[in-house]
Every structure is written in structure tokens, then in C-alpha cells.
Design a protein around this ligand. Structure first.
Ligand code: PLP
Length: 396
């Protein structure tokens, strides 16, 4: 066995097989490039399932983490730490007045938001959470219940009670589903895992009005869309409305595990001492990385960059749609979050792209998901699109 085979063999023997893995052992990353154990180079247009928005090993993040790791890695939340304070300040600065809670992942951030909404609603007998069909909110029992896709729930029944589902983008259905027991609506501004599904700006306006009228909390799951992915710091900022809570993770830590919620001022003190906690949440090390991510986005104008490169990517993807009308059904997205829906399953296309040195994702069977780092260069985009066009051309 060579080294790569030995590593894969160890996974087979010792790692629980709950992931479908590609036969690649990735050993190094820099910006939008990674290298496997044989030295082969790949362009990574789906870094870390949305985690790698700054690109692999961004020098500013590496520097911040190196500085912090020798000073203080973890301190529990029964003490104060200055980096958590600074990160919370920055998150509130770039969103809306409120307070933050820190945890370690997207699912945990959604759990925290659900618990906050339940505790808030309990005062008036409200406990139901409405989410959308086709959504994705995580893999814990409550968040997999919140997730509006049957395939993720199979085998885990009984699920958590108190969740209802409505079609994404349909305000009438939502209005009909709300009752006096509805505590919150939990929604992704763009359904990522669900195949880059978008809804109209008007829908989000109506949603905000409905929640105000019915005194329901509006929770935006920005785990995938946050931190510049769509060309704004947070995706809700495209709609000129403010949610009551946003949930965050993925890109926030620049690769380190961190999740967070931001809760608006009128509900930010609902979670009182002892009612919720996370041992690792907001440790100095992960906060140093997250502060550096936000500073990098601002100091390097990465939001404008994501918009400009996004426009370029959109034009090129629409060109592909025009070139392969019988293969490509639709191009959807915004900023640097794009989906290319095919008329047929896309796994083979994505696999061939990988063999040719381009890493992409296939979601919802037929949607090629493209979410490059915000630091990707135009020439890297061109190079990747050339590989994709070649592979699509062969299968058209
Ligand atoms: N919410 C959304 C919108 C996501 O895309 C994901 C992960 O893909 C999650 C929540 C869950 O995040 P995590 O895997 O960090 O628990």
C-alpha cells in the first residue's frame, strides 16, 4: 500500500462511515488552491463547504492564530475574554443592535436560536417554529427536524415536536400556517444545500411584516450566506429588512470551528445565566481567527470584490447555459454563491472536474454548486470555468 492507500484504509477501519468521501487526501492549501498527497494541484471552488471564504491559510488569519495560540487557547465562559468581547462588538457593528452568543457550528447556532425563540415564546404559550420545505439547518435532532428535507430525517424518528413546514417563497402558505402558538420563522435567505434557491425581495418584506403583525421572531440562518458570500456582509442586507436573530458559522472562523447568533436588543437577554451554554464557545483562539476574518473582509474590500467577481462569474455561467441549452436548465445565485442546475444528475460532471483539477460540489442531485473563496482571482475563475466548460462539452 502506498501512503494514500494506507490513509484511506485507516478511515475504512477506524472512522464512522457517515460521509461520502472522494478518494483524495488533501495535504496542503493556499488561497484557492489545494494539493493532494501525490502532489497534484487543484483549484478549490467549494472550499470547506462554505468555510473557506478567505481561501486556504489566509496569511492574516494564520498570523492572528499563531500569535494567539501561544498566549491563551481556551478559557471557559465563567470568565471574561477580551477577544470574545471584540468579536461580539464587530458582529453587532456590521449587523444590527443586539448581543451575541458563541458556540462551535451552524447546527449549534440554530439550536441556540431555536432555544431562544422557545424561551421567548413560552411567556405567551408560543413554541412552534415554522421552517421551509427544502431547507437545511443542521444535523442535531432539533435542527434536522427544522430541516425541511425528509432524506436527512430518515431513521431518526421520533423527531422533536413543534415544527411546521411551508414552501419557500410562498407568503400565503406561511400566513395560513401561523397560529397563536407560532414562536418563530427560521429561514435561509438563499437555500444553499437545497440547490441555491432564491426568493423575491418582496417575499422577505412580506415575511417581516407578517412576523411584526403576529409578534413572531424572524430568524435568518446565515450559516452559509454570511460574511460576504453574497456580496454583502450578511444576505438579509439585500432585502432592506432586519431579522430578530441571525445564525452564523462556516466562514466566520476562517477554518476554525465557531458558530454564533446575533439576537436583536429586544430579545437579547432572554437567555439568562444557566439557561444555555457551550464549553468551547467563543474561546480566545477561535475569536482571534474570526476577528481577523472580519477585518480582512473590510480592509480588503472583499464585499465589493465578491459583487464584481460574482457579476463576472454570472456572465460566464450564463454563456455556458446558452452554449449547452439541453444540458443546463438554470443558473441561479448572487455574489459568489452559484448553482448550475442540469437536466440530469451532476455527480459525474463534478467527479470529472475533480480529475481535471477543479473541486466543485453537487447538491440536490442535479445542481453544481460553485462557491469560491472571496479572494479567488479572475484568472483562477477563468481557469476553473475552462475546465468546467470542457467537461460539460463532453457530456452535452
Ligand atoms: N445552516 C445552513 C444554511 C447550512 O448550510 C449548514 C451546513 O451546511 C448548517 C446550518 C449546519 O452547519 P454545521 O455543519 O456547521 O453544523
Amino acid at each position: 500500500m502506498n501512503k494514500t492507500e494506507k490513509i484511506i484504509d485507516s478511515f475504512t477501519k477506524y472512522v464512522i462511515p457517515c460521509y461520502t468521501r472522494n478518494p483524495l487526501v488533501i495535504v496542503r492549501g493556499k488561497g484557492s488552491r489545494v494539493w493532494d498527497s501525490s502532489g497534484k494541484e487543484y483549484l478549490d471552488f467549494f472550499p470547506g463547504w462554505g468555510v473557506g471564504s478567505m481561501g486556504h491559510c489566509h496569511p492574516k488569519i494564520v498570523k492572528a492564530v499563531k500569535k494567539q495560540v501561544g498566549k491563551l487557547i481556551h478559557i471557559p465562559n465563567n470568565y471574561y475574554n477580551e477577544l470574545q468581547a471584540e468579536l461580539a462588538r464587530l458582529l453587532v457593528k456590521y449587523s444590527f443592535p443586539g448581543k451575541c452568543f458563541f458556540c462551535n457550528s451552524g447546527a449549534e447556532a440554530n439550536e441556540s436560536a431555536i432555544k431562544l425563540a422557545r424561551k421567548h415564546g413560552n411567556q405567551s404559550g408560543r413554541y412552534e417554529i415554522i421552517t421551509c420545505d427544502n431547507s437545511f439547518h443542521g444535523r442535531t435532532l432539533a435542527t434536522v427536524t427544522a430541516t425541511g428535507q425528509e432524506k436527512y430525517r430518515q431513521g431518526f424518528q421520533p423527531l422533536v415536536p413543534g415544527f411546521k413546514y411551508v414552501p419557500f417563497g410562498d407568503i400565503t402558505a406561511l400566513r395560513q400556517t401561523v397560529t397563536s402558538q407560532t414562536a418563530a420563522v427560521l429561514i435561509e435567505p438563499i437555500q444553499g444545500e437545497g440547490g441555491i434557491q432564491t426568493a423575491l425581495r418582496e417575499y422577505f418584506h412580506q415575511l417581516r411584516i407578517l412576523c411584526n403583525e403576529q409578534k413572531i421572531l424572524l430568524i435568518f440562518d446565515e450559516v452559509q450566506t454570511g460574511f460576504g458570500r453574497t456580496g454583502k456582509m450578511f444576505c438579509y442586507q439585500h432585502f432592506d429588512i432586519k431579522p430578530d436573530i441571525i445564525t452564523l458559522a462556516k466562514a466566520l472562523g476562517g477554518g476554525l470551528p465557531i458558530g454564533a447568533i446575533i439576537a436583536a436588543s429586544h430579545i437579547s437577554d432572554v437567555l439568562t445565566p444557566g439557561s444555555h451554554a457551550s464549553t468551547f464557545g467563543g474561546s480566545p483562539l477561535v475569536c482571534s481567527a474570526a476577528i481577523s476574518v472580519i477585518e480582512t473582509i473590510i480592509n480588503n474590500s472583499l464585499l465589493v470584490r465578491a459583487q464584481k467577481l460574482g457579476d463576472f462569474l454570472q456572465r460566464r455561467l450564463l454563456d455556458l447555459e446558452e452554449k449547452f441549452p439541453r444540458l443546463i436548465k438554470e443558473v441561479r445565485g448572487i455574489g459568489l454563491m452559484w448553482g448550475l442546475e442540469l437536466y440530469r444528475p451532476c455527480a459525474a460532471v463534478v467527479e470529472e472536474c475533480m480529475q481535471k483539477g477543479l473541486l466543485l460540489n453537487c447538491t440536490h442531485k442535479k445542481v453544481i454548486r460553485i462557491m469560491p473563496a472571496l479572494t479567488v482571482t479572475r484568472s483562477q475563475l477563468k481557469q476553473g470555468l475552462k475546465i468546467l466548460a470542457g467537461v460539460l462539452g463532453k457530456s452535452a
